[in-house]
Design a protein around this ligand. Structure first.
Ligand code: C2E
Ligand code: CA
Ligand code: CA
Ligand code: CA
Length: 277
């Protein structure tokens, strides 16, 4: 509900109504879906540009509901961050990934998995402990895990100390951290200064503009060299074309992830894909 002049409440437009209804439906159905574990995790390969090796996969949540239909992460995650259900989604993803890693390990399929985590989740002072608990319960090797954190939020001063401490704790247990959506946020320098980050992921919108202007190419090249000068692994996300790939190769980018090498896929599809890659 919007307020105008501090007192009068303006009427909601039809669009506002639709958005609020959709949000309410998603919230209601999400509780149900989490309870029934009706969400899914897909895996998208990340390829080393020099060796062609699969470095690992990124776990991406998927949700298709009988009433809400397909709810994309871009719609789902902001709502879940707002109402706190992000913690339950995070738990579901960690559990699913750990179970999958265990299965792959038992069948001699070595794999590293990145999971996305909202920095908001780390505001919870118990996040690191909960995270390690999930790993232990599910018999998961922390060294196989990377947590991708986005720089879409600034580190809030009050929460900063706790966030930094928890990430360092997890890092000491073997978990790596990657700075996601690099180039789109505003907090990157502070993040890089304080957090135990070992890789940078350049955002897909930036990568996709690589062929548009020469200035953009220079910017991306600068980002890659910047990451390297800090000894960070640089990953380009959202690579779709051969032209983009070749430019990134010339710029000495470490690895790529994108439709050109593989879409997000189920664990079974990934295994088939691995056999043919
Ligand atoms: P992200 O972490 O930047 O993930 C990359 C997104 O780009 C994914 O969208 C992926 O499917 C998509 N993508 C990959 N390759 C290409 C390509 O070549 N072209 C294009 N156009 N897109 C490509 P997705 O899966 O819809 O996820 C959107 C965002 O939602 C993610 O962005 C991430 O921030 C968030 N997200 C996804 N899964 C989770 C999760 O389990 N937990 C949390 N906290 N956030 C998640
Ligand atoms: Ca890596
Ligand atoms: Ca990511
Ligand atoms: Ca991104």
């Amino acid at each position: 509900i919007k307020e105008r002049g501090g007192s009068a409440i303006s009427a909601l437009t039809a669009d506002d109504h639709e958005r609020l209804n959709r949000k309410a439906l998603i919230e209601r159905r999400l509780i149900h879906a989490l309870d029934k574990k009706n969400l899914e995790v897909l895996y998208q390969p990340q390829i080393n540009l020099k060796t062609g090796d699969v470095e690992g996969v990124e776990a991406l949540v998927r949700w298709q509901d009988t009433e809400a239909g397909i709810v994309s992460p871009d719609e789902l995650i902001p709502i879940a961050e707002e109402n706190g259900m992000i913690h339950e989604i995070g738990k579901f993803v960690i559990e699913t990934v750990c179970r999958q890693l265990k299965d792959w390990t038992s069948r001699n399929i070595p794999m590293n998995v990145s999971i996305n985590s909202s920095i908001r989740e780390f505001r919870d002072k118990d996040m690191a402990r909960l995270f390690m608990e999930h790993l232990t319960i599910n018999g998961c090797d922390a060294n196989r895990l990377t947590i991708e954190i986005t720089e879409k939020f600034a580190l809030e001063a009050e929460a900063e100390h706790s966030i930094v401490r928890q990430m360092k704790q997890l890092n000491q247990k073997g978990i790596s951290f990657s700075l996601d959506d690099f180039g789109t946020g505003y907090a990157s320098f502070r993040y890089m200064l304080l957090l135990p980050i070992s890789s940078l992921k350049i955002d897909k919108d930036i990568i996709q503009s690589i062929t548009q202007q020469e200035k953009m190419q220079k910017l991306i090249n600068g980002m890659i060299q910047f990451g390297k000068s800090l000894d960070l692994q640089v990953v380009a996300e959202g690579v779709e074309t051969k032209e983009q790939l070749e430019l990134l190769r010339v710029m000495d980018c470490d690895s790529i992830q994108g439709y050109i090498t593989g879409h997000p896929m189920t664990a079974n599809e990934l295994e088939t894909w691995l056999k043919h890659s």
